[in-house]
Write a new protein. Structure first.
Length: 265
């Protein structure tokens, strides 16, 4: 067999080997889903987010063979304030139910006095801007994960740990939060593969102390009331108070929860 014929046969063989390898890779291999936990959601598919309508919080879940990734974003400024002060728990149930034993609370729920002072500060400074809110978003609490020294642990989000959290705002003041949770801190990946788990969040109730009663000085003047007229005790004058904002804040401050199903792939 001459040299040109041998070269031609080797080239043909090489071509079919490459074609076979490419086809096999396309059928059997998948590229792991990985996210940079940096509070920038450019690497997330917008259509993967579900909406919790009462709060306006959007949440999505993905995984690779090592980690579970959760992302959420919050557009409403009032909801951002609630989260920063009342706290929110990210809940994980590997049994696919709605058990709340395994969770990460971030931000942490503030005590009523701290929450009241923060609200007053925000109102005095036309509040709720990122700098004001981020002051209350530096600790996390975790419960139910493996290798914890205590059942419930509190730590700074910047502390070295296997669970990563990142948050930030964009130029439109939308709040983004990302979570990166290794499967080994919950259970092993092989146990969960092709099974359905549930992931959700619970917004804690915002607790503030009741306002102190204000002393009111009144002047009484006795006048004649015609028969059939309205009694002064049933008469109400219009108020300048913004009840629409009060009603919105009250509705958001109630404890709320939202669950999503996720199949581990």
């Amino acid at each position: 067999m001459n040299r040109p014929t041998i070269i031609l046969l080797l080239s043909i063989c090489s071509f079919f080997c490459k074609l076979s390898n490419t086809s096999a890779k396309g059928i059997h291999d998948t590229i792991p889903v990985k996210h940079s936990t940096d509070a920038v959601l450019d690497d997330w598919d917008p259509s993967s987010f579900d909406l919790h309508e009462p709060s306006g919080i959007h949440m999505a879940i993905e995984n690779d063979t090592e980690k579970l990734y959760v992302a959420m974003y919050v557009t409403k400024r009032e909801v951002q304030k609630i989260l920063a002060l009342a706290g929110v728990r990210l809940l994980i149930d590997v049994k696919g139910k709605k058990k709340e034993a395994t969770y990460i609370e971030f931000p942490l729920q503030k005590d009523p006095q701290t929450a009241a002072l923060a609200i007053a500060e925000m109102e005095n400074n036309e509040g709720g801007n990122p700098d004001q809110l981020s002051k209350h978003m530096f600790l996390l609490k975790k419960n139910g994960f493996k290798n914890q020294l205590q059942e419930t642990e509190i730590q700074a989000i910047t502390a070295p740990t296997d669970i990563q959290i990142s948050f930030g705002w964009d130029e439109k003041s939308v709040l983004y939060i990302e979570y990166e949770i290794p499967f080994k801190s919950i259970t092993d990946y092989a146990t969960l593969k092709n099974k359905e788990i549930t992931v959700g969040f619970k917004i804690n109730a915002l607790e503030v102390p009741p306002p102190e009663p204000k002393s009111v000085v009144t002047t009484t003047k006795i006048v004649a009331i015609p028969v059939g007229s309205i009694s002064p005790s049933n008469f109400r004058t219009p108020s300048n108070r913004d009840f629409s904002k009060v009603a919105t804040t009250k509705a958001l401050s109630q404890q709320q929860s939202f669950w999503m199903k996720h199949q581990v792939n």
